[in-house]
Each structure stands twice: as structure tokens, then as C-alpha cells.
Design a binder for this molecule. Structure first.
Ligand SMILES: [Zn+2]
Length: 190
């Protein structure tokens, strides 16, 4: 591999790791918010840092509760955060400008595909965690019967890669999609 190609490869790996860390940080901060559609200092800082335009808190919370969300920042805000992160990653990839063929070119194409899909993938994962599978109708019934029972007892977490900080998004796969590390081996401490 020429010096120029190995430099491009290094920058692709760095961008993947940046993307993993950015997405992992958003998910971690969003999931730690207790009130559905609510806020926390960390989440507010995230929204300010990414320059996400925010809806007034009471409307966010009404909207989040109406979807059956039990905890976590508003899914719309998670979606906006991912849109901005994906845009930044795409701009970085365009700047790296990988070749069109060869192993480095294929790596660039794979990363481009991941950037295209990351927003939908993460938001689906997030909704799967914060909106219980029992559905809106059952959630509304439980809420009407006893507001205490609709509160989450244990917060679902997302597994983060110890190598790059990226979240595990595919329940069927333990290989980190951002850095390629084996997250199962990380948990075994090897
Ligand atoms: Zn990783």
C-alpha cells in the first residue's frame, strides 16, 4: 500500500471510530433522561453542542408520552442529533475522498453506506428500547389504572464497545460495526 493509500485508510478508521463514539454518546445521554421527552444537563449540553433546535419541554413531554415512551429524551431529538452527526461524517468522508476501487476504496464505500443508514438504524434501536413492545393501547391502560405502574423499573441500556465507544445496534451481532472489535470477547475480558 502506498503512503497516500495508507494515510487514507488511517483516516477512514479514525472516522469510523469518531462516528461510533458520537452515536454512543448520543444514545447514552438520551437513555439516561428519566422523564419521557424530558431533559438532563448532559442531554441539554448535547443538544446545544449539535445545535439542535428544541421544542418547548412541555410539548416534547406530551408528544413522547403519547407514543408510549417510558423514559429517555424525545425520539425526534435523537433523530435530529443523528441527522447532524451523519451530515458531519458524510462531509468528513467527502473530504477524505477515498479511491473508487481497491481495498481502501471498498472500505470507503462500506463507511459511506453505514453513514447513509446510521440515522434510521439508531432511531429504530432507540425506539425499541424506550417504547415497550406491549404497545400504545396497553401502555395507556396501565397509565390510566395506576400512574406508578407505567414508570420504568429498570432502564434499558445499550452495550458500548470498549475499543471505540460505539453502541451495539444489531442484537444478532457482537462484532462492533464501527471498529470491527469483538464485543463478546471484550466482555469476557480477553
Ligand atoms: Zn468499536
Amino acid at each position: 500500500m502506498s503512503d497516500k493509500l495508507s494515510d487514507v485508510e488511517t483516516r477512514l478508521v479514525e472516522l469510523e471510530r469518531w462516528l461510533g463514539r458520537a452515536v454512543g454518546d448520543v444514545l447514552t445521554a438520551a437513555l439516561a433522561v428519566e422523564q419521557p421527552g424530558g431533559d438532563s444537563p448532559a442531554w441539554d449540553q448535547m443538544m446545544v453542542g449539535l445545535e439542535v433546535a428544541r421544542t418547548e419541554a412541555k410539548y416534547r413531554m406530551i408528544a413522547a408520552s403519547s407514543t408510549g415512551q417510558t423514559h429517555g429524551a424525545a425520539a425526534d431529538e435523537v433523530d435530529k442529533a443523528l441527522e447532524i452527526i451523519a451530515d458531519r461524517a458524510k462531509a468528513s468522508l467527502d473530504h477524505i475522498d477515498p479511491p473508487l476501487s481497491g481495498p481502501v476504496g471498498r472500505h470507503g464505500q462500506q463507511l459511506g453506506l453505514m453513514i447513509t443508514n446510521i440515522r434510521g438504524q439508531v432511531v429504530a434501536k432507540y425506539r425499541g428500547i424506550v417504547v415497550p413492545a406491549r404497545g400504545m393501547f396497553a401502555a395507556a391502560l396501565a397509565s390510566a389504572a395506576n400512574s406508578q405502574t407505567s414508570m420504568p423499573t429498570a432502564k434499558a441500556r445499550v452495550l458500548l464497545c470498549q475499543n471505540c465507544g460505539g453502541p451495539r445496534l444489531d442484537d444478532a451481532n457482537f462484532v462492533c460495526q464501527f471498529c470491527g472489535d469483538d464485543m463478546a470477547a471484550q466482555r469476557r475480558g480477553s
